[in-house]
Design a protein around this ligand. Structure first.
Ligand code: PLP
Length: 243
């Protein structure tokens, strides 16, 4: 299994990338008056082969995110997941909820009331509480998943009533921005929403996690208050999609 460690440069790259990202996370956290331990570092593993994911886990990665139910189920038996938290971060179709609900620790991509209703049904069947984040389409882009800001509050109150779902926070993917100032506007808006909802003290809703920031913008996201960054290509290199 480990024979190719010396031959395949990707293993060394992953180690180096993780080290650099950790340093940058720490510096950005400091800028926002926090400590690096207050920001969780997720490795996003879509399209990544298990051997590389396992190598990241060996470097201390304790949180992974997958986008697709089928891909995760195919890979998971080859992953060394002891002590590793698993989150689903991609758009979830209602008919796949049943397959994934007992497999992950959190579903970050709850982007509609209908998927929440299916999660509630399946969680009840499994006699469990599903931890979720509500995903917000902060830029209002038609190409993106996530709840519209206009429907978000109403959805939140509805999900809060669901007995087998615990809302743990918010997730977003902001629009591609020309510069950090523009980007910061979206992140700031999310942070403000996160704080506002926290202040409402809604039963069954705790604003523990604000999941925002990816390879190209995680530092800015942290500066604006993110406490979970989802980083893929900056760890594993560019993704190769094969059908
Ligand atoms: C792919 C993906 C990421 C990571 O993207 P990178 O730019 O490779 O860091 C983060 N969040 C979600 C929801 C994703 O789909």
């Amino acid at each position: 299994m480990t024979e190719d460690l010396g031959l395949d440069p990707k293993f060394g790259n992953i180690e180096e990338n993780i080290k650099v990202i950790r340093e940058r996370i720490a510096a950005a956290a400091l800028k926002s008056g926090r400590d690096e331990n207050q920001v969780r570092f997720m490795a996003v593993t879509k399209t990544v082969e298990p051997k590389y994911i396992n190598h990241a886990i060996k470097q201390g990665i304790d949180l992974i995110g997958e986008n697709k139910v089928q891909e995760y189920l195919m890979k998971k038996d080859n992953l060394e997941l002891e002590g590793v938290e698993k989150h689903l971060i991609g758009h979830l179709q209602s008919n796949k909820v049943r397959k994934i609900i007992t497999e992950v620790d959190m579903i970050e991509s709850v982007d509609s009331l209908s998927v929440a209703e299916e999660i509630e049904r399946q969680a009840e069947k499994n006699n469990m509480t599903a931890n979720v984040l509500l995903e917000i389409n902060v830029g209002g882009e038609s190409s993106k998943t996530g709840m519209d800001k206009s429907e978000f509050k109403e959805n939140l109150y509805a999900v809060a009533e669901m007995k087998h779902i615990a809302v743990k926070g918010l997730m977003t993917i902001p629009p591609i921005c020309e510069n950090n100032l523009e980007l910061a506007k979206f992140f700031d808006e999310m942070y403000k929403l996160f704080i506002d909802i926290d202040g409402e003290n809604i039963d069954n809703v705790s604003m523990d996690i604000l999941s925002m920031g990816m390879s190209h913008d995680y530092e800015q996201a942290i500066i604006c208050g993110s406490n979970l960054v989802r980083v893929g290509s900056a760890i594993f290199g560019p993704r190769i999609y094969n059908k």
